[in-house]
Design a protein around this ligand. Sequence first.
Ligand SMILES: Nc1ccn([C@@H]2O[C@H](COP(=O)(O)OP(=O)(O)OP(=O)(O)O)[C@@H](O)[C@H]2O)c(=O)n1
Ligand SMILES: C[C@](O)(CO)[C@H](O)COP(=O)(O)O
Length: 249
Amino acid sequence: MPSGNPSKKKCHALLPTAGTGSRLGGELPKQFQQLAGKPMLCYAIEAFSNTPQVESIWIGVSPGFIDNPILQTIANGAKEIQFLPTGGPTRQETVRNTLAAMLNAGIAEDDWILVHDAARPGITPALIEKLINTVQTSNAGGILAVPLADTLKQADLDSVIAGNIPHSERTIPREHLWQAQTPQMFGLKRLHDALESAIRLEADVTDEASAIELAGAKPLLIEGAARNFKVTHPADWDLMQLLLSSATR
Ligand SMILES: Nc1ccn([C@@H]2O[C@H](COP(=O)(O)OP(=O)(O)OP(=O)(O)O)[C@@H](O)[C@H]2O)c(=O)n1
Ligand SMILES: C[C@](O)(CO)[C@H](O)COP(=O)(O)O
């Protein structure tokens, strides 16, 4: 468990931004495509820039993208932003590489890091502050998540409700089931070491909390919001376009 006075630790945003957006498609990776008038990445940068407790924003991009002029237009005037060529073959490797660069840059080992998908442009300063204010007093680390509202079904290979398993296992009880969102907030060195270990074990961790759980801890679940969904498929893009075109931020 990280030591030190939780209130003295600074908070920094880490935006893994090195994906190819293959499930969405398009000429550019989705985070750089125009969404409601600006590149999708701008929305997350603005939300963290407009959150007073967030000191700096670190953005891990593919090494091949680091000199792309689009990055300078995106960074224009926002809070202390660092673009880093730390993109890796998987999301968790991008996050691990960016955390290592932050340690090398002298960020304090027990400062808080909020890892947020560039693909979740619906994030707001209010949601970020809710996470910070809850986690900072606990030292445990935590994530935004939403309680599952739909009934979950187990499918078989023919995409029908699985008949080859006991009926009691076909409909998965949804009490205590949550859908993980981001930001996910943990101590810098603690998260780096947990991800390093998970990658070495070739564990399939698709979020930061999974690596922390693997290390034996139990992160807090803090209720997020439906608007903070991840833009993955074309239908998500269309829905987020509507939301951002009409919503007040
Ligand atoms: N090697 C990777 C893969 C993903 N990401 C980032 O992780 C976030 C969530 O990942 P996802 O929505 O899956 O993005 P992509 O991997 O780009 O999408 P796809 O799986 O459709 O290719 C995105 O901001 C993406 O840029 C990353 O930094 N490095
Ligand atoms: C981190 C995450 O957004 C939590 O739900 C999700 O695991 C990312 O998955 P992806 O396949 O890398 O988009």
